[in-house]
Design a protein around this ligand. Structure first.
Ligand SMILES: O=C(O)c1ccccc1N[C@@H]1O[C@H](COP(=O)(O)O)[C@@H](O)[C@H]1O
Length: 206
């Protein structure tokens, strides 16, 4: 199972978390988030091992700004948490891996994903809230049984040490990874490395 750690902010914390070898590391480029990273530390990002995919998270950002940041900071992936269209997502795939996030609740209609098939690399199923992400809340994972598409997905939203074992029980054929964020923090943007280490051990155990 792939592991993404999101919402990194401080250079030292980035290095500590990198030592756990996540598959993806996320940086929030959305200025209304408490995890917004105003000044991306280019030297720290450059020094990250190539095996860690640097992922920039956006909410309804312009394609020009996204392309600029990809170029400036060498992002390998983008995670889109707004109302980005399939065409918008597809336009970025010449440069990076594209994750498209959707807020999921009990009424979520998976047929809306059909239009994105072939236009994104991964879906991210997050908890539907008033905001765009980082809520720390889980959704009812049983609803994932209604997803019959082939695009692999990550589960996000409120993952924590309390529910990580349960997430591992999900046997959906397209379930590809998890995204760990606010429930592994000492403050917004500052990850608890010890808690993450425990989670990595649980997730990587057979
Ligand atoms: O973390 C944020 O502040 C954030 C803001 C705007 C868009 C996405 C954001 N984070 C993403 O939200 C999900 C769920 O996070 P949590 O585990 O519930 O805290 C995750 O994919 C983050 O990458």
């Amino acid at each position: 199972m792939k592991i993404k750690v999101c919402g990194m902010k401080s250079p030292d914390n980035i290095k500590e978390v990198a030592s756990l070898t996540p598959d993806y590391m996320g940086f929030i480029c959305y200025d209304l988030s408490p995890r917004f990273i105003a000044a991306l530390p280019s030297d720290v990002l450059e020094a990250l091992p190539e095996s860690i995919y640097k992922t920039a998270v956006f909410v309804n950002e312009s394609v020009d700004k996204i392309r600029l940041l990809i170029q400036q900071f060498g992002f390998n992936a983008v995670q889109l948490h707004g109302n980005e269209s399939p065409e918008f997502c597809n336009a970025l795939r010449d440069q990076v891996t594209v994750f498209k996030a959707f807020g999921v609740d009990d009424q979520f209609d998976f047929s809306q994903l059909d239009a994105y098939m072939g236009y994104v690399d991964y879906f991210m199923f997050d908890t539907k809230t008033e905001g765009h992400g980082g809520s720390g809340k889980t959704f009812n994972w049983d609803i994932l049984n209604n997803y019959h598409g082939e695009v692999p997905f990550f589960i996000c939203g409120g993952l924590s040490l309390e529910n990580i074992e349960k997430v591992k029980e999900i046997k959906h054929p397209a379930f590809y990874g998890v995204d760990l964020n606010s429930r592994f923090e000492t403050e917004p943007g500052m990850k608890n490395t010890q808690q993450l280490r425990e989670a990595f051990t649980l997730l990587r155990a057979n």
